[in-house]
Design a protein around this ligand. Structure first.
Ligand code: ATR
Length: 283
């Protein structure tokens, strides 16, 4: 058996994973806080054997990304209630030779939004019904926001609303209403705006009103069509990479069992992300 001695090993595991920003963000904070660890990107097309191998090699923690979040839930020896309710594990920690699973995506969404607005009793709209929408809606409900789902395919929206006990409004109804319909915040959780994908907003611009908080979970490009419209219409914009950042901080805190400070921790991670994303836009 071969194992690392002076350096702790962490990685993001997914497929494809070559363009992940997590190594940039995590290695920057390890360096700055003097934590003897490295964080790699590992491309894996199936998890089962790989998790055994990574445990044997001595990896302490893993970020799990597309398409493995559901299988990580199944394969983890233990998962907390939250990950089970969301139906996905995005974080694994090796404990006594076994992988424990959690979900920090919802924490990422909540922390990113909370820096802009308190969430309790706010009227929140989640656009989308995939895995990301599920984590965001779970987080909003958990924080006491009154949460409504809307989705292109009504039946998927209904399934999610039922599972999390949220309201559901058909997209066409919202589009017809215009003018914000009393929502304090809107989170765009579809793949619209993702580089190379559809860029037509699922809601008309007129839905976005001044003072509304608008977050997009898409962070590449930083200025998605949704966030551009939101900024033009006077909304308070929360960029998608803030969710990536805060879910990463929550992962680190769980793996290392220490608090990551804003100064010298989170700020360093944010700068690393911003720098990488600026490079992106110059490609
Ligand atoms: P993930 O689990 O990563 O969130 P997903 O399950 O593929 O990904 O979900 C993608 C979401 O984006 C869905 O809500 C999807 O709507 P449908 O359920 O109708 O497919 C939504 N979506 C994708 N392209 C869209 C588009 N052009 N307009 C509106 N919604 C779109």
């Amino acid at each position: 058996m071969i194992q690392p001695v002076q350096t702790d090993l962490f990685a993001v595991i997914g497929h494809p994973v070559a363009h992940s920003l997590s190594p940039t963000m995590m290695n920057a904070v390890f360096r700055n806080l003097g934590i003897p660890a490295v964080y790699l990107a590992l491309d894996a097309d199936s998890l089962e054997d790989d998790l055994r191998t990574l445990a044997a090699v001595g990896f302490r923690g893993l970020s799990v990304t597309i398409p493995h979040k559901e299988s990580a839930l199944r394969l983890a020896a233990e998962v907390d209630e939250t990950a089970a309710a969301i139906g996905a594990v995005n974080t694994l920690r090796l404990q006594d030779g076994k992988w424990e699973g959690r979900n920090t995506d919802w924490i990422g969404a909540v922390e990113a939004l909370k820096r802009e607005t308190p969430l309790r009793s706010k009227k929140a709209l989640v656009i989308g019904a995939g895995g990301a929408a599920r984590a965001v809606a779970y987080g909003l409900k958990h924080e006491g926001a009154s949460t409504t789902i809307t989705n292109r395919t009504l039946s998927r929206g209904e399934d999610l609303a039922r599972a999390l006990q949220c309201e559901l409004v058909p997209l066409e109804t919202l589009a017809g209403l215009g003018d914000g319909h009393g929502f304090d915040l809107v989170v765009q959780c579809t793949s619209v705006g993702l580089a190379g994908r559809d860029s037509v907003l699922p809601l008309p611009d007129s839905f976005l009103v001044p003072g509304m908080v608008a977050m997009d979970i898409v962070y590449r490009p930083v200025w998605t069509p949704f966030l551009r419209s939101a900024a033009q219409r006077g909304c308070r914009v929360v960029k998608g990479y803030e969710m990536l950042l805060h879910q990463g901080v929550a992962q680190l805190e769980w793996w290392l069992e220490q608090t990551i400070p804003d100064q010298g921790g989170l700020q360093i991670m944010r700068s690393a992300l911003e720098k990488a994303l600026v490079h992106d836009s110059q490609d």
